[in-house]
Design a protein. Structure first.
Ligand code: NAD
Ligand code: LMR
Length: 329
């Protein structure tokens, strides 16, 4: 028997991430090959953006995806989020060369108060929200705070791209396949202060940290390479990452909905006070997913080096939070 369709709202649908994302959602890569979907696409009212969105929808039509039950274009977030089961908040300005993601805070923050309120009013009470637009953690925090009638745990920020980047860097260092690496974590903000942490990681059952056994490589190569990867891509491409970002968004939602089978992944989630991260801050942590829910990996030992790194990225998130406090009054 055919499953009832799931409603997936995507903002910034005519942008570069949107273009790399929508076709994969419609083909069943995000929610499953037996899961029909309805796409509810949001763009700014601007004629050029709405026309571009029409073009993308024509292409979606031309793929004749069996799972794509219907789609609609919107410029009003309340309409786009109506009964949404999944909301991918991508639409916002990307940074250019020489900018840090937090430089986007004032430009993009407003979008997420409006969209948080619209989700609060219109979305399914169980909507799963993933914020991709930068600065992703603080935008997710703003959306969550603007939606008091929805459960805070339904709001997440994307750190999966950082997780995937860290996996690839480790696999290259070890000369082994990515798929063999387990129990990696990325803590904190999706910014250069993030802390990719392989202290608990294993490969083929052996400790990655023991095999690498090189603190200087960790500190001076691995952590900065992962942290500055977004900027390196902007430098090389002249545009911010898009296909890899869309891929990470698909991974994030697929794992949240379908489970990770015990595997650790990283999600930016509202802190519950564990690991001395104050409650409510959108902070990247290792999780496993089961039964449609994420569960923090608890009880990990935090050594002095890690504490410093985790506090540094927390400090930045607290500053970002204070920077948007006025918006949330
Ligand atoms: P883009 O400029 O190609 O597309 C963004 C789209 O959003 C545009 O079509 C624009 O019209 C639309 N938009 C802007 N404001 C909107 C609003 N209020 N409602 C609906 N749509 C709106 O940008 P992109 O490359 O697709 O990147 C989008 C965002 O994702 C940027 O903020 C970028 O920095 C971020 N990003 C995050 C990650 C991550 O890992 N979290 C990775 C890559 C990019
Ligand atoms: C990335 O990490 O690639 C994105 O957040 C884009 C950016 O501005 O770095």
């Amino acid at each position: 028997m055919t499953k009832p369709a799931m409603r997936v709202a995507v903002t910034g649908a005519a942008g570069q991430i949107g273009y790399a994302l929508l076709f994969r959602i419609a083909s069943g890569e995000m929610l499953g090959k037996d899961q029909p979907v309805i796409l509810q696409l949001l763009e700014i009212p601007d004629e050029k953006a709405q026309n571009a969105l029409k073009g993308v929808m024509m292409e979606l039509d031309d793929c004749a995806f069996p799972l794509l039950q219907s789609m609609s274009a919107h410029s009003d977030p309340k309409e786009a989020f109506k009964d949404a089961d999944v909301a991918l908040l991508v639409g916002s300005r990307p940074r250019g060369p020489g900018m840090e993601r937090k430089d986007l805070l004032t430009v993009n923050a407003q979008i997420f108060t409006v969209q948080g309120k619209a989700l609060n009013e219109a979305a399914s009470r169980d909507v799963r929200v993933l914020v991709v637009g930068n600065p992703a953690n603080t935008n997710a925090y703003i959306a969550m705070k603007s939606a008091p009638d929805l459960k805070p745990e339904n709001f997440t920020a994307m750190l999966r791209l950082d997780h995937n980047r860290a996996l690839s860097q480790l696999a290259a260092k070890l000369g082994r396949p990515v798929a063999e690496i387990q129990k990696l974590a990325v803590w904190g903000n999706h910014s250069p202060t993030m802390y990719p942490d392989y202290r608990f990681a294993t490969i083929g059952g052996q400790s990655v940290a023991k095999i690498i056994n090189d603190d200087a490589w960790n500190r001076d190569v691995f952590i900065p390479t992962v942290g500055k990867r977004g900027a390196a891509i902007i430098e090389a491409r002249g545009l911010s990452s898009a296909a890899s970002a869309a891929n990470a968004a698909i991974d994030h939602i697929r794992d949240w909905v379908m489970g990770t089978d015990g595997k650790w992944v990283t999600m930016g989630v509202p802190s519950d006070g564990s690991y001395s991260i104050p409650e409510g801050i959108m902070y990247g942590v290792p999780v496993t997913c089961e039964g449609g829910k994420y569960h923090r990996v608890t009880g990990l030992e935090i050594d002095e080096f890690s504490r410093e790194r985790m506090d540094l990225t927390l400090k930045e998130l607290l500053e970002e939070r204070d920077g948007v406090a006025d918006l949330l009054k």
